[in-house]
Design a protein around this ligand. Structure first.
Ligand code: PLP
Length: 359
């Protein structure tokens, strides 16, 4: 981390630190892989919610960004960053959101997904009198069992439905697959594409995503685009999966020891309102940088409990850095992050523009 000990001492905790040099390296690494594999990159900005980091991703070669929610997209395009192309990977349901989507479509090149005729009908009613059709991709369930149509046959039917719907243009296929399931992505998407093209409908984009197996994205050659999110910061979950090392983690939570009530136990000022309770399939609540012997075994809202097998060796007032289990949810907990790197002489506070934009 490029923060000096004097700078860390001056930061009020709990705080979220971002090392822009590490973030940049992470962005470049995947961009190089994607370029070599003929894949377009469309990063999911839910990890950072910062237009300035989206700008770094675009500058490195990304073709646009992915957002999860309409309000998140609104916040991302409202700043100085030149974001012109947005995919929202979410079923947009409800009049208010649809109207916001319509307004958004006048400001950027916009595409969304749908996995049912009910969602498509709402989009079509909203865009039927618009001069430009809205691009809609079919979301496919290639094994993750979240949203998505269940089979290539159902994908073909929904693609044809979108193609015929007033106000809409069929844009291709989208999936968020389970980790390491490139083979299922390839077989599902290849069959769906063949079926749709046999109807005389083009399939311009096939987009997949996820950081844990992003370096295997090209193992599904039918894919044209990839949407990594967490890769920009990395976190304890990605280290646990072997996708990166601790030195690749660009986001740290800085916390202060506020109590050492027993020789083997210390309490920090970061609890579930900073680190979140998201275990993300792991046990315990984060990794204390440089202290493999310490476990963060319990959180209450504003307290984190650190335990060690031997003497904990921490004192009240000492600052520690933590790699959280899941970086993306931590981003949504703070108004601003403290950034350094990229030639900055001093740390800066960056307001997390899309923080809390969950509608
Ligand atoms: C639709 C979609 N695309 C892409 C991503 C990015 O995944 P990751 O953060 O693993 O890179 C997510 C993550 O939640 C997602 O929901």
């Amino acid at each position: 981390m490029p923060f000096s000990s004097e700078e860390l001492a001056a930061i009020s905790t709990p705080a979220v630190l971002i090392d822009l040099d590490i973030a940049d390296r992470n962005i470049e690494r995947f961009q190089r892989y994607a370029d070599a594999s003929g894949l377009n990159v469309r990063p999911h900005i839910k990890t950072h919610k910062l237009p300035a980091i989206a700008q770094m991703q675009l500058k490195a070669g990304a073709i646009g960004i992915t957002c999860q929610k309409v309000s998140e997209a609104e916040a991302m395009i409202s700043g100085e960053a030149e974001i012109r192309d947005v995919l929202i990977t979410y079923n947009i349901v409800g009049r208010e959101k649809l109207e916001k989507l319509r307004a958004l479509s006048k400001r950027v090149t916009l595409s969304v997904v749908a996995d049912s005729t009910a969602v498509v009908d709402g989009l079509s009613e909203t865009f039927t009198n618009e001069p430009q059709p809205l691009t809609v991709l079919v979301e496919c369930d290639t094994g993750a069992r979240r949203c998505g149509v269940l089979s290539p046959e159902a994908t073909e039917d929904l693609a044809a439905y979108i193609d015929a719907a007033p106000g809409l243009a069929f844009g291709g296929l989208m999936t968020f697959p389970p980790v390491g399931q490139e083979t299922s992505v390839e077989s599902f998407m290849r069959e769906a594409k063949t079926r749709i093209e046999a109807r005389g409908i083009a399939v311009p984009v096939i987009t997949s995503g996820g950081s844990p197996s992003m370096m295997h994205a090209a193992d599904a050659p039918v894919t044209t685009e990839y949407r990594p999110g967490t890769y920009v910061y990395n976190d304890r979950s990605l280290v646990a999966r072997g996708a990166c090392g601790w030195d690749d983690c660009a986001l740290h939570v800085l916390a202060t020891v506020v109590s050492v009530p027993a020789p083997d136990r210390a309490i920090i000022d970061a609890g579930s309102k900073t680190l979140t309770s998201d275990l993300f399939g792991l046990t315990n609540h984060g990794h204390v940088v440089g202290r493999d012997d310490i476990t963060i075994d319990q959180l209450s809202e504003e307290h984190g409990r650190l335990v060690s097998n031997g003497p904990i060796g921490l004192v009240v007032g000492q600052k520690i850095r933590i790699v959280p289990n899941h970086a993306c949810v931590v981003t949504n907990m703070v108004d601003a992050v403290v950034v350094k790197g990229h030639g900055r002489a001093v740390p800066e506070n960056w307001v997390v523009a899309a923080r809390g934009k969950i509608t």
